[in-house]
Design a protein. Sequence first.
Lengths: 307, 282
Amino acid sequence: MHRRKYPLAFLYVCPFLIAYMVLQIYPLIYSLYLSFTDYEGFGTPNFIGLDNYFKVLKVDGETYYRGLIVDPLFWKSAFNTLRQWGIAFTLQLSSAMFLSAIFYYSKIKGKSLFRAIFYFPNFITVTTIAVLFGNFFGYEAGVFNYLLAKLHLIDEPVRWLSNKVFVATATPMIIWWLWFGQTAIILYAGMTTIPKDYYEAAKIEGVSDWQSYFNITVPLLRPTILYVLITALIGGLQHYDLAAFLTSGGAGNPDSINLTMMMYMYNKAFVGFRYGYGSAVAVGIFFIIQLCAGIMFYWYLTRKNKI
Amino acid sequence: MQQKKPMFHIQNKVFLYAFLIYLVVLCIAPMWIALINGTRASGDILSSPLALMPGSALFENHKVLIENDMNIWHAMLNSFKISVPFTLISAYFCTLAGFGLAKHDFPGRNIVYIVVLATLMVPMQLGFIGYFDLMTKVGLEDTHLSLILPAFHNGAFIFFTKQYIETAVHDELIEAAIVDGASNIKIFHHLVFPIASPAIATMSIFTFVTSWNNLLSPLIMISSNEKQPMPVFISLLRDPLMGQEFGAIYLALGISIIPLAAVFILLSRFIIAGMTQGAVKG
């Protein structure tokens, strides 16, 4: 393909470039700067160095101020986010591998209709899903309590959303439900790009479908799996909507079990008006995301030809 | 040649269909329950939250919403006021940038392309505090415009249309148009844009829905309740104020599902094709 020399084409990318610099890069850098200040939304930000990250202020043995690195709630939110994402993604990838194999190998009818329906939950506003499931798991008029009572599994309605273990289990299950169809569609699309010759050659050699699945499909699907992994990671570690509104209060209750990193940043900056500290949280999130993505790439590059 | 066992036997097909249909129910039932319960009286929902048939309390539930100062139609109008301009701006300016990158060589082209790729990898929400501060300083806080402006740097849109234009618009066509004396921008408007319209349509659907579903941006940028779009409106239903008004809550949830379900049913073929293209090429 040939690209014509045409310097004026620079003007075509200018709207994008200017908007990106002004509306994205500048705010990112400004957030980084604010993370070194005690800015609370009015007056001029005071430069306080790395206090938002490292300072511990103790008065009479009581801790009054904790920098990010020793803030137990920040680390809890990081752990919560990774736990939710880890459980959801494991379920999502394994069920999508299974479903895409069904779509690829079996001769069932209506495959494209099934695929479309499995993708449907992903299309609906996550906030709607959060409030909807919040009502399903409600104490009064909850569909979940109603079903369990009908099946004689419980005698009295249960306050499910006050149960830490339940909330910590239900959240990744709902994330799985939102994403498994999307992942299955992408893996299936990746499968269809694998040359048919490979399978025909394998068939002549007397290889079974399952063997060819594990020895041809899965290894050749690794780039697609990496794509799914990285996009799911970047999105999943910024997860906010579902965790914030499945239980009421927007703080990931009960006992901060659903507090995610983004929720912590939002609550610090826009509820508590501690913009400086909230910016430090954003910087922390940035490093955690980059670290995780780096680990994924490392894993991908060092384990060539293996899953 | 020996007969190999296929992965999914004929007799397994029954189980396979049963499994797939189970997943279909799982994917549709929650939304269906919302739509049905939105027409039932709160008292009925309290005594049995599951029903197969719609009730007759649709208008009462709607009245409860309005009386509680929860005008969902207003929120929906706000969502349109944000998402429609957002999509149009992305569709025009990002396709233009995609065309620039796909068919031209200009100083700094490779750097610009790397910047486009970077937008896909850098988590955009992390600049929120800086963006909020910037919008406050230029007097755009609490405006829909502050939610529309990011449409200009929709990197995914640029990437996708660039890939499409590279293969779908043949160089000979452009050269012929140049010989005919067409200016480059005219080529974009009359040749490239129409040819790329399938890709533009697909990306526009995704852009529209992403913008429509965005919760955190309006939560941060918009402070007046009457300017809030749908997701923030829906999040307010979690407020204890709505208390026992189950019918009204389900009605609002149902109404928030309908436009997206309609878009999905009408355009799912496009949507799924677009998604798989993006993944395989990306």
